[in-house]
Design a binder for this molecule. Structure first.
Ligand SMILES: [Zn+2]
Length: 124
């Protein structure tokens, strides 16, 4: 048994003693780490059956005798009669629901008595 080995053993013993002493001393102070249990809310998105409807978008363009005053991409729109001769614009807003095609109608102008044709083209 050489000196070095003894030293090692002694130091080991001291270390061990110190360790146990240390442990006993701070036994009270050991803070119990609260295990924070993270409740994982399942992120699976609730399956909401969505009605997949490829809704058409309609565009209404006044070709003559009218001014489109309101349209939202649906079939329905509003237009005002307009005389292409004198420029008279009727106050009445005509509500129409129409699919693809051309609306053909006519009216007599209040101002110049022109028989004005109305054409509104609807495309999708
Ligand atoms: Zn007119």
């Amino acid at each position: 048994m050489n000196f070095r080995k003894v030293l090692l053993l002694v130091s080991a013993a001291v270390l061990c003693l110190g360790c146990t002493a240390c442990g006993e001393e701070s036994a009270d102070g050991i803070s119990t780490t609260e295990a924070t249990v993270q409740v994982q809310v399942s992120a699976t998105t609730a399956y909401a059956p969505r009605e997949i409807r490829t809704e058409k978008t309609y565009y209404h363009a006044a070709l003559q005798g009218a001014v489109i005053v309101e349209q939202d991409g649906s079939r329905s729109f509003k237009y005002q009669k307009k005389c292409d001769v004198c420029g008279y614009l009727d106050n009445t807003r005509v509500n129409v629901s129409k699919g693809v095609g051309t609306l053909d109608t006519s009216f007599r102008c209040h101002e110049c008595s022109n028989h004005q044709k109305v054409k509104i083209k609807t495309t999708d």
